[in-house]
Design a protein around this ligand. Structure first.
Ligand SMILES: NC(=O)c1ccc[n+]([C@@H]2O[C@H](COP(=O)([O-])OP(=O)(O)OC[C@H]3O[C@@H](n4cnc5c(N)ncnc54)[C@H](OP(=O)(O)O)[C@@H]3O)[C@@H](O)[C@H]2O)c1
Length: 289
């Protein structure tokens, strides 16, 4: 990096965004972070609170920034808000914002499992967002993340809550696998992608080194906590997901969990040159608890 870049982040109070803002701030990178709600700024950070990210207010404040990292997304829909509104149309709005503000680089987190073959409504929305980005003419990097884990992601919080209640439930057999990646690795890779040409106009799986069954993940996570692990009939889980908007697992959470989506870690390692943190080791050491 020659000059210090100026980076814009949307969805600033989300899990990935909060970790990323903290990391970039420590690196003395100038930040403009946008959220619908108030939040505490880090060093070198300018905050914008906006419900609808209207062009008139925001463009002057982000004009000529180097990169925009779009971290807005939903993984559950309702009668009030759906995937198309947030994952597709809102992404299009942010692309327009970038063009008006003359920002040339756009970074997006899609999802592992997104493809032109998918029939999942969630993945279709992410796929459509990817297409809008690719066709925008901007320099882009699209990441397709598996589970991004840290101390305060939704998935980890859900498991911790269950440990407190002395029982973790596993939907179905638990033999399906996931490929988690540590959030500290994710924030380093995202920063690298803002300036390294190896990331230019690429779609890259954002996945960790190990592909492990959910049952093994849960066992390691709860090791030494005296927690009972109970398998729940998958039909029952889907029934709850369909009928109870407050259920821990939504329909698409279940689809993603049992989908056995495996990404190309080797490619990520080669492009990023990063020495990855093993999530298995983190689990074994109990440091996610
Ligand atoms: N975490 C993972 O394991 C994972 C895996 C695959 C893909 N991803 C993708 O990565 C991105 C960030 O994930 P995350 O885990 O950080 O998610 P998150 O904690 O839920 O954050 C997403 C943020 O999006 C913003 N948002 C939600 N609905 C919105 C709306 N209607 N209008 C405007 N903003 C809205 C919110 O920001 P404000 O409240 O600040 O406005 C929210 O905090 C998402 O696109 C997600 O799909 C994450």
């Amino acid at each position: 990096m020659n000059k210090s870049p100026k980076i814009v982040i949307t969805g600033a109070s989300g899990f990935v965004a909060t970790n990323l803002r903290k990391y970039l701030s420590k690196k003395n990178i100038e930040l403009v972070s946008i959220s619908r709600n108030n939040f505490k700024e880090f060093k070198n950070e300018q905050k914008i609170i906006s419900k609808n990210y209207d062009l008139k207010t925001i463009v002057p404040k982000i004009k000529n920034s180097d990169t925009l990292i779009h971290l807005v997304g939903i993984g559950k829909q309702s009668v009030e808000i759906n995937y198309n509104n947030v994952n597709v149309e809102f992404t299009n709005h942010i692309l327009n914002l970038c063009k008006k503000a003359k920002i040339k680089k756009f970074i997006f987190t899609s999802g592992l499992g997104v493809s032109d073959k998918t029939s999942s409504e969630y993945f279709i929305s992410k796929y459509k967002a990817e297409k809008l980005i690719i066709n925008s003419g901007l320099n882009y990097t699209i990441f397709r993340p598996s589970y991004i884990v840290g101390k305060n992601d939704l998935f980890t919080k859900y498991l911790k809550k269950q440990i407190k209640n002395k029982q973790i439930t596993i939907p179905g057999s638990g033999t399906y696998s996931i490929q988690p990646i540590f959030v500290n690795d994710v924030v380093q890779i995202i920063l690298e992608s803002t300036f390294d040409v190896k990331f230019k106009n690429k779609i890259i799986d954002l996945v960790g080194p190990h592909y492990i069954s959910f049952e093994k993940y849960v066992k390691l996570f709860s090791k030494g906590t005296n927690t009972n692990i109970k398998k729940i009939n998958l039909e029952e889980c889907y029934h709850t997901a369909i009928n109870n908007p407050k259920s821990d697992f939504g329909i698409d959470d279940l689809n993603i969990l049992i989908g056995n989506f495996k990404g190309n870690h080797k490619k990520l390692k080669m492009i990023s040159g990063l020495k990855f943190q093993s999530v298995l080791k983190l689990l074994e050491s109990g440091s996610l608890l």
